[in-house]
Write a protein that binds this ligand. Structure first.
Ligand code: CA
Length: 226
């Protein structure tokens, strides 16, 4: 059982989410404005928060930004605007996942379950990524003792993604990471870097699929479970 904080000013939506999450075996708490949400997250961080963006008082993005200074607990954003997704998933804001409105409560419960599972296996993931060595000074990476011979762009991508196993990085964010200020590159370029990176990781440790594609959104580094 996990403790879920629901931050949603629309009473009907909040109530449906509460019902479904309780039915799935979670304990829930509901607040309807940004200031209360931030206060709760800082006083007693829940196991996971569902955070609406359009809120009275402090909006969801400000809550997320301020909460992230103090707490790493997983936060799933509820958004009515698909165009915000890139920013949400960016390292700057650090949401763990998002659900677009209108959503089915079942979908939200499934997302909650997936994110909680991800967090609960993070310890195991940390151990597994210990076999991945990144040398920031010389831009060298090795996996299980095998040198990966990465390009600098591949190195930057792997470095960012492996720091947050399971987190989805959008193509736009990966492009920023790989090219820094050189903006004149298509997001398609990211696909080919990821493809090469995936090939190099697999050749050093073939039994695991290291980089997961999230259709239409981007990629996530997946540490092996165990
Ligand atoms: Ca709202």
């Amino acid at each position: 059982m996990s403790r879920i904080l629901i931050v949603e000013d629309e009473a009907d939506i909040a109530s449906v989410l509460q019902d479904y999450l309780r039915h799935a075996g979670h304990e829930t708490e509901h607040v309807a404005d940004g200031h209360s949400a931030l206060a709760r997250m800082l006083e007693a961080p829940p196991d996971l928060s569902l955070l609406d963006i359009m809120l009275p008082g402090l909006d969801g993005l400000s809550v997320l930004r301020q909460a992230r200074v103090h707490t790493r607990h997983p936060i799933i954003m509820l958004t009515a605007r698909i165009e915000e997704v890139d920013r949400l998933l960016g390292l700057e804001l650090g949401a763990d996942d998002y659900v677009c409105k209108p959503f089915s409560p079942r979908e939200v419960v499934a997302r909650v379950k997936a994110v909680l599972r991800r967090v609960q296996t993070e310890e195991a993931a940390d151990k597994a990524t210990a076999s991945l060595q990144l040398d920031d000074v010389h831009w060298r990476a090795s996996l299980n003792g095998t040198a990966l011979n990465l390009t600098r762009r591949e190195f930057r991508l792997l470095q960012a993604m492996s720091r947050h196993p399971g987190r989805i990085f959008s193509r736009a964010r990966l492009l920023e990471l790989a090219y820094e200020d050189d903006a004149d590159v298509s997001e398609r370029a990211v696909d080919s870097h990821v493809k090469n990176l995936r090939r190099k990781l697999s050749s050093a440790a073939p039994s695991h699929d290291w980089i997961r594609s999230v259709y239409g959104v981007g990629f996530a580094f997946e540490a092996p479970l165990e």
